[in-house]
Design a protein around this ligand. Structure first.
Ligand SMILES: C=CC1=C(C)c2cc3[nH]c(cc4nc(cc5[nH]c(cc1n2)c(C)c5CCC(=O)O)C(CCC(=O)O)=C4C)c(C)c3C=C
Ligand SMILES: [Fe+2]
Ligand SMILES: [Fe+2]
Length: 336
């Protein structure tokens, strides 16, 4: 037994396999979260069970299959059994663990699916951790993501006879180290190209406009991230700007929409474009399939000439160092 602190890196989660059955199970859990869908259950459950869970799993599983082995970290591609998001979060966890050496126990957890928050807490408590820091891997706070992780931690502790001391990180979108990682990754990626972009979009996962109208600070935090990135890189507002992707359902979502922006850019002279996704700590379905495959195709079909998607910060050395410093300063202070 040790009195070392524990640290949990939490991301959204993915299905256990790229099959309709596994995807249905994952979507069932995800889309029953009131933080994600705030519609009354009387209205939502018939739509979810009657339509979405019948139709979407097959479509999403196909999309997952197209990116399951991405990005290629090693030559052992045939051994990959986990979704990119889970695999990358586990690699980030191993990276942070190696920086802390044996002074902290670090675990990965997913808000939905596996490895669960509950299993991460069990593992840390079985190692004797009585103090645990929770680092949601969402730079910008949103009720649907960060607050949902908070709920997930509370749910995982519910009914336990003894609970650890918990510290929770709300956001890190304004951290200098984070902005530097984004700027470095953009610069590194643009250096690999033999063309120059006319525009760089910072594309964030969308949110229904109504959530922001009710007080969710997410949009403002995304716009601030891009503003700080502009300050760091010296790029102008008409070169580096924000859009929102991944709409779900018929509601009005945050604008401007990434797909519509990309479709209209070529006609306005923007034929060479780079898209980066500063709201995603790890590449996932929404970056690898929606942007790198789908958005690219629509942009080229609309007359675009060159398209590139900047990889998420993933396991870049500067990202792993930043996450470790962030955890040390904001979560583990006085515990080490
Ligand atoms: C109303 C529905 C949704 C809200 C609100 C929402 C917010 C939100 N999501 C992320 C990050 C991710 N979402 C991902 C996938 C995904 N998102 C939704 C719906 C909402 N998201 C669905 C139905 C899905 C599943 C995939 C699909 O069937 O299309 C992912 C990727 C997961 C993966 O396995 O790779 C991420 C990451 C944020 C940051 C956010 C609010 C700000
Ligand atoms: Fe239901
Ligand atoms: Fe989402």
């Amino acid at each position: 037994m040790s009195s070392k602190p524990g640290l949990i890196l939490v991301n959204l989660g993915s299905p256990d396999a790229a099959t309709p059955q596994a995807t249905r199970k994952y979507l069932f859990e995800f889309l029953h979260d009131r933080r994600v869908i705030d519609t009354s259950r009387w209205i939502w459950c018939p739509i979810l069970h009657g339509i979405i869970l019948r139709v979407r799993p097959a479509k999403s599983a196909k999309a997952y299959r197209s990116i399951w082995n991405e990005p290629e970290f090693s030559e052992k591609q045939e051994l990959v059994e986990t979704a990119p998001l889970v695999r990358i979060t586990q690699a980030q966890t191993a990276g942070v663990q190696s920086i802390f050496e044996d002074s902290v126990h670090v675990e990965a957890a997913m808000r939905y699916g596996n490895p669960s928050i509950s299993s991460a807490i069990d593992s840390l408590m079985s190692k004797g951790c009585t103090r645990i820091g929770v680092l949601p891997l969402y730079p910008q706070f949103a009720g649907a993501t960060t607050a949902s992780v908070f709920d997930g931690v509370a749910k995982a502790l519910k009914g336990r006879m003894d609970i650890p001391e918990i510290r929770f990180l709300r956001d890190y979108y304004r951290e200098e180290g984070f902005i530097k990682c984004l700027a470095n990754s953009l610069r590194d990626h643009l250096d690999t190209l033999d063309w120059k972009p006319d525009a760089v979009l910072t594309s964030y996962h969308g949110l229904p406009q109504s959530y922001v109208d009710k007080g969710d600070p997410y949009q403002a935090e995304c716009l601030k991230t891009t503003e700080l990135l502009r300050e760091n890189t010296g790029y102008s507002e008409d070169f580096l700007y924000s859009t929102f992707q991944s709409r779900f359902g018929p509601k009005d979502w945050l604008r401007p929409y990434t797909d519509k922006t990309l479709e209209s850019l070529p006609a306005q002279g923007g034929k060479n474009v780079a898209v980066m996704m500063p709201g995603f700590a790890a590449d996932c379905l929404e970056t690898l399939e929606e942007i790198k495959i789908e958005a690219r195709d629509s942009f080229l079909e609309a007359g675009g000439e060159n398209f590139t998607a900047v990889p998420c910060l993933n396991i870049r050395n500067d990202h792993i160092s930043f996450l470790s410093e962030l955890a040390k300063d904001k979560l583990l202070q006085g515990w080490l």
